[in-house]
Design a protein around this ligand. Structure first.
Ligand SMILES: NC(=O)c1ccc[n+]([C@@H]2O[C@H](COP(=O)([O-])OP(=O)(O)OC[C@H]3O[C@@H](n4cnc5c(N)ncnc54)[C@H](O)[C@@H]3O)[C@@H](O)[C@H]2O)c1
Length: 333
């Protein structure tokens, strides 16, 4: 397939371009900056908010993998986040229509749910485990809202133009092969240690500690801290973020695999789908994590076995055959 990859020089983009080239696709990259280009791909420097330029770069392509975005709430103001993440995605779909492209795959995020970077957590916001695509969204920060909005854009272009699309709701995506220090590797190590220490506390100390962690997380979130800086080094910070991501992660090769399968599979419509590793990354029983860290969420849509993910990947499996091949092992960190 001839694939335009927006944001193809980024953290997920580069290894994904590598994957697509290795699987025989023709790849054109569109990015604001071109760094460390891969042989075999056609690199174009450009901005997805420039519609005319986008139309030039998308011409003669057959599919689009749209990754370009601000990937965190600390990276832009609300208005800038909306301009690039949401306006840019509208442009990508509109340009795809002009070029006769029928398939667009976009990076959404687990944050479309609105939990992790949210600033408000009303009672009953989380209804059940495992979380799936039927779970209501409640976004209160500009990044998560931008992901909720782009999923609406995909639905609109399906209704209006018959362009089919998948929105990959990635969790934290990590690349074990990337040289140098990795914030995600450090995070996983810290999260494993902090979560294990909490789980091993006797009752009632454990309940008191978890209540404290949740209260502290919600206090920091309400102050909109994540929109100013991203720092996990406060006490129990990694345990807090493990909890707010439901201990999910994804190897970048599985992110690439998901993107390729979503581009090629036979389906119609516009579909948000969670894609995570099949297991939580801390290696503790998921039911115990849910019970201890989310005592108020008592409903289970299905029983949760062993360390299996608290965010269902069944829709991705059914829609395009997603099957994680690179499970995270604690020894990887
Ligand atoms: N990395 C994660 O763990 C993670 C998790 C969930 C979702 N996502 C989503 O996946 C996508 C890729 O994330 P990433 O971690 O690779 O981010 P990244 O910042 O490493 O890469 C994004 C790329 O997009 C490019 N870009 C930004 N604005 C652009 C514009 N206006 N025009 C053209 N190019 C532009 C940047 O130059 C960069 O190369 C994003 O949509 C992000 O929201 C990432």
């Amino acid at each position: 397939m001839k694939i335009l990859v927006t944001g193809g020089t980024g953290g997920i983009g580069r290894p994904t371009v590598q994957w697509l080239l290795a699987h025989g696709h023709t790849v054109r990259v569109l990015d604001l900056r071109i760094a460390d280009p891969l042989p075999g791909a056609d690199y174009r420097q450009g901005d997805i908010t420039d519609f005319d330029a986008l139309c030039e770069h998308i011409a003669d392509m057959e599919g689009v993998l749209h990754l370009a975005a601000y990937p965190h709430p600390s990276m832009a103001t609300g208005e800038e986040m909306f301009r690039v993440n949401v306006g840019g995605t509208f442009n990508v779909f509109q340009a795809a229509v002009k070029a006769g492209i029928r398939r667009v795959v976009c990076a959404s995020s687990i944050n479309a749910l609105g939990f992790n970077f949210g600033v408000k957590f009303p009672a009953g916001q989380l209804r059940y485990f495992p979380i799936d695509e039927e779970h209501p969204l409640y976004t209160t920060d500009p990044y998560s809202f931008s992901k909720q909005m782009i999923e609406e854009i995909g639905a609109y272009f399906w209704r209006r133009e018959g362009v089919s699309s998948v929105f990959l709701r990635f969790p934290a995506v990590y690349d074990l092969h990337a040289p140098g220090p990795s914030i995600l590797r450090t995070f996983v190590q810290m999260c494993y240690a902090q979560t294990g220490a909490i789980l091993s506390l006797p009752e009632p100390e454990r309940t008191v500690r978890v209540r404290h962690i949740v209260a502290e997380f919600e206090r920091r979130a309400a102050s909109r801290e994540w929109e100013r800086q991203f720092d996990l080094t406060f006490p129990d910070g990694a345990a807090m973020f493990g909890r707010s991501n439901f201990w999910t992660s994804l190897d970048v090769r599985d992110a690439a695999q998901a993107a390729e399968k979503a581009l090629l599979a036979d389906y119609e419509g516009s579909h948000p789908v969670y894609v995570t590793d099949a297991h939580n990354f801390v290696g503790f029983p998921s039911e115990e994590l849910a019970r201890v860290f989310f005592p108020e969420v008592t409903t289970r849509k299905k029983s949760i076995v062993g360390t299996e993910t608290l965010v269902s990947i069944e829709k991705a499996q059914a829609l395009f055959g997603f099957a994680p091949q690179y499970p995270f092992k604690k020894t990887d960190s």
